[in-house]
Every structure is written in structure tokens, then in C-alpha cells.
Design a protein around this ligand. Sequence first.
Ligand SMILES: C[S@@+](CC[C@H](N)C(=O)[O-])C[C@H]1O[C@@H](n2cnc3c(N)ncnc32)[C@H](O)[C@@H]1O
Length: 253
Amino acid sequence: MSLISDYKRQFLWRDWPAAFEALPSLKGQSVLDLGCGVGDLAADFVTRGADVIGVDLIEEFVREARSRCLSRAKFELADLRALPEFGTAVDGVWSSFTAAYFPDLPTVISEWTRQLKPGGWMALVEIDDLFGHEPLSDGTRTLLERYAGDSLAAGRYDFHMGRKLKGHLQQAGFKVTREFTLVDLELSFDGVASPEVVDAWRNRFKRMTLLREFCGRRIDEIENEFLNCLMRADHRARAKVNCCIGTHPPEMV
Ligand SMILES: C[S@@+](CC[C@H](N)C(=O)[O-])C[C@H]1O[C@@H](n2cnc3c(N)ncnc32)[C@H](O)[C@@H]1O
């Protein structure tokens, strides 16, 4: 299964309606979808009456998103660290499962905030503790925690970004209006995973080349133990999908 098909399948396992309900009414709003992937969220924003600009760094995703031919959405290829001018400020910035790629998130949020109208909103959704599933042996848990530490130290990815969203938004000058967790059938659930969810996790392990290098000869053992953990009746997730929404106060003059 391709990464694009994996992304489309994952979309169904997230509780997006709960996140959308917490947003201001989207009718007539302009929304920047940062790290838009293949445009699944943008399509939902359009259905709810918004005009959307989706931005992503991967050309294949932008091409796929454009192929949806959504009447009120356009998709741009750009790095979220250096956004181009889009010609008009937007009512809201949405970014799901992308914040963790920026361990220095407050700096990046400042860049994103330049695109917002005064009083605009920003909504961030991110996983906290992706590998936080039990029961795992001490050896496997420790190795996965060391990998998370290595990713953070290298500035690649913050595996604990979910819990930091509120503090980062506040640091960037936002007034946080909502903070909650989202149900997620793939990332944050208890009990036995469905075969499709196990398959998605298997694909994720295949894609994580840096994790594979980090684990070396132990990777098959780690992957098998993790997948077996997801299939156990006593499986419990510590991982959480966090959503945090803030508004940017108009500058005082
Ligand atoms: C895990 S996907 C999330 C996709 C979608 N937002 C969702 O919730 O399903 C993360 C996305 O962020 C994009 N991304 C990561 N770093 C980026 C950067 N520096 N500039 C632009 N896009 C980036 C990736 O290409 C990918 O499409």
C-alpha cells in the first residue's frame, strides 16, 4: 500500500468531527492548512464552507491534493519554516500531525502567525508519545524512548509535542480557548487493534528508516513485539492525540 493510500485510510480513524466542532464556524472563513498532506482535511474544510490554502513540502502530496479539484481550495508546495506571502491574511491556521516536526515550534508559530488576521485562530492537533503502548518489555520500551530522545536532540521530531501545544501557543502570544484529547482508533485506543490498524502500524515501521537504523539488528524483534502488543486484549495506550486551539489577540495600538 502506498503512503498516499495509507494517509487516506488513516483519515477515517481520527475523530475529526470533534475537532471541527471546537472551531469557530467555518462558513465563509479562510483557512491555511499547514502540512496538508493529500488534502483530506482541506476537503472537509471546503465542505463546511471555508476557503482553504493547503501547504506541504512533498510534491507528490500536493499533486494528489490538487487532483481533487476542490472548487474552494488551492494547494501550494512550500516549506512551513519559510511560508511565502499568499496575498491575503486568513481567519484561521490549522495544522494536524505536523507540529512534532518542529521541536522549536514557538519560532515556527511566529512565522505562521504572520499569515493571520488580527484576532484569528490557530488549531494544532498532535500525537503525544506515539510509542506509548503497553505491555512492552523494559528493553523495547527503553530503546524506543532512547530513539525519541535522539530525534529530539537532533531537532528532527518531538515525540512528546502533544503535551506541549498549549505552552507553545501561549508562548507565541495566543490565548488558549480549548484543549482536549481526540479519540483515535489507530494511535490512542485500548484493547485489540483491527487487522487494518495493525497493517498501518506495520507500514509505519517499514517507513521509519531512521528508527530501523537506530535499532539495528533488533528492529524485527522490536517491531514484532510492538505489533503483538497492539493485538493483545490487555493492550493499553498511554499515547494521546491532543488538540489545542487559541486566538491571537489583535495588537494594541
Ligand atoms: C503526518 S502528516 C499529516 C498530514 C495531515 N495534516 C493529516 O492530519 O493527516 C505531516 C505532513 O507535514 C508535512 N511536513 C512536514 N514538514 C514540513 C515542512 N517543513 N514544510 C511543509 N510540510 C511539512 C509532511 O510532508 C506531511 O504531509
